[in-house]
Design a protein around this ligand. Structure first.
Ligand code: HEM
Length: 138
């Protein structure tokens, strides 16, 4: 996959900055959507879901902030993915999570969810998670 362009990185970062003020709503929407579309993953979440929401958002913010810094991003993403194997996460769960994430970003951003922003998020999520799956399952 081609590396993300500067413009794509700006679309992802700019839109994430704009939802940050309502990131609580973003994470509520995300987990609700995930458990609706993939109820089979619900039992994998054994800890406190409010804490999980904060951890997920915090890590997502770090990933978004280091999209241009592959030397930092890729090892961190790989280690996160290996940790996820222990939670019972399977490769096929990554696209489902991506769909729920993009769906909730779209709900939060409204008119700010332009086709360019959507395409940039799709590429960014695909690039990071392809690396995660390759590092953790092969
Ligand atoms: C880019 C993608 C993802 C990010 C940034 C992410 C982030 C995180 C973080 C930060 C944690 C907490 C780890 C800790 O406690 O130290 C976590 C836990 C977890 N994640 Fe993810 N995750 C991602 C993808 C997924 C996917 C695809 C699944 C599949 C369902 C998943 C399911 C879980 C589960 C089950 C836990 C453990 C929750 C618990 O202990 O209750 N994650 N994730």
């Amino acid at each position: 996959m081609e590396p993300l362009s500067q413009i794509e990185v700006e679309h992802v970062r700019g839109s994430f900055d704009r939802v940050w003020a309502e990131s609580r709503r973003l994470s509520d929407l995300f987990y609700a959507r995930l458990f609706e579309t993939a109820p089979e993953v619900r039992p994998l979440f054994r800890g406190d879901l409010d804490e999980q929401k904060q951890k997920f958002l915090g890590t997502l913010a770090v990933i978004v902030g280091s999209l241009e810094n592959a030397a930092v991003l890729m090892p961190a993403a790989a280690s996160l993915a290996r940790q996820h194997v222990g939670y019972g996460v399977e490769p096929g769960h990554y696209p489902v999570v991506g769909e729920a994430l993009l769906w909730s970003l779209e709900r939060c951003l409204g008119a700010g969810w332009t086709p360019e922003t959507a395409a940039a998020w799709q590429r960014a999520y695909a690039a990071v998670t392809a690396h995660m799956v390759a590092s953790a399952y092969s």
